[in-house]
Design a protein around this ligand. Structure first.
Ligand code: NAD
Ligand code: TYD
Length: 358
């Protein structure tokens, strides 16, 4: 058996591929364009593993996707590939519409054609799992109830609007064509191998380099934080038992204000890698807010617990400690990312990479 993963060289996708191969023996075909966010170095330990086939390519390339489906006959597609950073979407929304909307459309159409040719159990068991975000629900006030799966879609950034559009396409492909889709909407992930443009890794690497820690606005924006390993387990569970046509919110039950996150990171670094210049908190700077900055996200993750028995294992305390320790012990990964050397990694370390069909 085989699954096709898209975006498996990015932060969550790569964690998913590594976990998948660690807990089972099923093959993974990993289709990733290797944008700035894709890092093959993260996958170094499995690039020679016969259970992992890496293909550098674009989800918008219908011919490529069709060929991979025919060649590898996956029983499921797990779709992570996306442009994922809100700040980048504000400066350049075009690529978000292309990958997140057109790319998802292309995958859905390729999946529909492929699934339409499957028979018997292969047809009944096929799944298209779409990985999405809580940001599609918009922003909450301080005392609003957390997002349930019934919350109206109210995306506010180009990123969340493009993800919302992709969720709607996925839903329509179920209702119109019967394609067996499941969608997960998760909160902010953190953990190993996250590109240091997102809040937590940015704060860790800036602090260690003695650079300022930019906190947007008043630092009181609230997010729910989900450890990436817990998210990977949730996706495996949804793939196993999720009901076609359903959506599942995935959250960490860890709502925190940004400034509390930054202070926690600083405290951990003070304990684990103290600076001669004094506590890392001295580097915190409140800077101009992000335009349209959503105030609060919070996830009600009771449905996935009730129906599929998944609950996060990490608390924020355990997850953030693991994360900070990981960044402290993987300076080579961080240095490669910061210098841009990771972008050459494909050619210098990994010659025969293409599993693309001839
Ligand atoms: P990421 O930006 O770290 O990785 C995205 C990956 O997709 C990269 O490897 C990139 O090379 C690849 N990619 C981009 N465009 C592509 C294309 N056109 N064709 C093929 N591959 C392409 O993202 P992430 O943080 O790992 O997020 C994965 C998924 O989870 C995304 O769909 C994102 O919207 C969703 N999500 C992320 C978070 C989070 O906190 N990181 C939270 C909620 C939902
Ligand atoms: P981010 O990691 O970009 O995720 P998202 O925007 O998808 O939630 O940001 C998390 C929160 O941290 C968000 O409220 C914006 C804030 N933030 C800062 O205050 N400073 C920063 O340098 C970054 C990158 C984010």
């Amino acid at each position: 058996m085989t699954i096709l993963v898209t975006g498996g060289a990015g932060f969550i996708g790569a964690n998913f591929v590594l976990d998948w191969l660690a807990v089972g023996d099923e093959r993974v075909v990993n289709l990733d364009k290797l944008t700035y966010a894709g890092n093959l170095k993260t996958l170094a330990g499995v690039l020679e593993d016969p259970r992992h086939v890496f293909v550098q390519g674009d989800i918008c390339d219908r011919g490529l996707v069709d060929g991979l489906l025919v060649q590898h006959q996956p029983r499921a597609i797990v779709h992570f590939a996306a442009e994922s950073h809100v700040d980048r979407s504000i400066h350049g929304p075009g690529e978000f519409v292309r990958t997140n909307v057109e790319g998802t459309f292309t995958l859905l159409e390729a999946a529909r054609a492929y699934w339409g040719r499957l028979e018997g159990d292969a047809s009944a068991d096929f799944r298209f799992l779409h990985v999405s975000t809580d940001e599609v629900y918009g922003s909450l006030e301080a005392h609003d109830a957390p997002f349930t799966e019934q919350h109206p879609y109210q995306p506010n950034s180009p990123y969340s609007a493009s993800k919302a559009a992709s969720d709607h396409l996925v839903r329509a492909w179920f209702h119109t064509y019967g394609l067996p889709v499941v969608t997960t909407n998760c909160s902010n992930n953190y953990g190993p191998y996250q590109f240091p443009e997102k809040l937590i890794p940015l704060m860790i690497v800036n602090a260690l380099a003695g650079r300022e820690l930019p906190v947007y606005g008043d630092g009181r924006n609230v997010r729910d934080w989900l450890y990436v390993g817990d998210h990977c387990a949730a996706i495996r569970r949804v793939l196993e038992a999720g009901v076609p046509g359903e959506t599942y919110n995935v959250g960490g039950w860890n709502e925190m204000a940004n400034i509390e996150i930054v202070e926690t990171v600083c405290r951990l670094l003070d304990a684990l890698r103290p600076s001669e210049l004094g506590p890392y908190g001295r580097l915190v700077r409140f800077v101009t807010d992000r335009p349209g900055h959503d105030r609060r996200y919070a996830i009600d993750a009771r449905k996935i617990e009730r129906e599929l028995g998944w609950r996060p294992k990490e608390t924020f305390e355990t997850g953030i400690r693991k994360t900070v320790e990981w960044y402290l012990s993987h300076t080579d990964w961080v240095v490669d990312v910061q210098s841009g050397a990771y972008r050459d990694w494909l050619s210098t370390h990994y010659g025969r990479h293409s599993g693309a069909p001839a």
